[in-house]
Ligand binder design. Structure first.
Ligand code: GLN
Length: 192
């Protein structure tokens, strides 16, 4: 089983560490031909506008969209969530598969980046929010899976899970066991 990590820009290398910790194979995705033999997908944080620009001359996003629609387990963190969202405030819709409205840089500039206590599937852990987006609204098929107080910071829609924060920078036991489960379930993965 191989996880593809979108590696155009941003903190893709931190996700390789998470996968190493759970002993999973991965490849770095830079162009559409890299997508041939992957079973799950991670879209990392970084700068969504740059990622969109970098891929604009090739077919990578078109192919990604087909794979995700086909049911491949897909995780987006921060900019990755923005790429997945159907509606982006202060930004551009790109893959447009996750039924939610997100606002880019919703907490402010880099100075307003913070660590916060997140409740993720009934476990509480401190995670980093780096020029994070906010999830303003979600569609009916979207389940809320992570919160800061009442605020939703993680969602799942069938095979797509996305977070406004960076669990890959913490790699706590809870996140790593969820990650293992999520990518191992393959196309059987369900919202819970
Ligand atoms: N602010 C970035 C964007 O709009 C996201 C930041 C991140 O991924 N940590 O794409």
């Amino acid at each position: 089983m191989t996880t593809g990590i979108l590696s155009l820009q941003g903190n893709f290398l931190d996700h390789t560490r998470s996968l190493e910790l759970i002993k999973k194979d991965y490849i770095l995705i830079k162009q559409k031909n890299d997508l041939k033999s992957i079973d799950s997908l991670i879209l990392p944080g970084g700068e969504s506008t740059s990622m969109i620009k970098i891929q604009s001359n090739n077919e990578l996003f078109k192919k990604l969209k087909i794979l995700i629609n086909d049911g491949i387990p897909t995780i987006g963190t921060c900019a990755g969530l923005i790429l997945l969202a159907k509606d982006v405030v202060d930004g551009e819709t790109s893959l447009g598969l996750l039924d939610c409205v997100v606002e880019r840089n919703a907490y402010g500039r880099q100075n307003e980046s913070f660590e916060g206590l997140v409740n993720f599937l009934d476990n509480t852990q401190m995670y980093c929010f780096i020029r994070a987006p906010k999830i303003l609204k979600t569609g009916k098929k979207v389940k809320n899976i992570a919160f800061i107080d009442e605020e939703v910071v993680g969602v799942q829609q069938n095979n797509i899970a996305a977070f406004t924060f960076h669990p890959e920078l913490t790699n706590d036991k809870n996140y790593l066991s969820w990650l293992k489960y999520f990518i191992e379930e393959g196309k059987n993965v369900r919202s819970f």
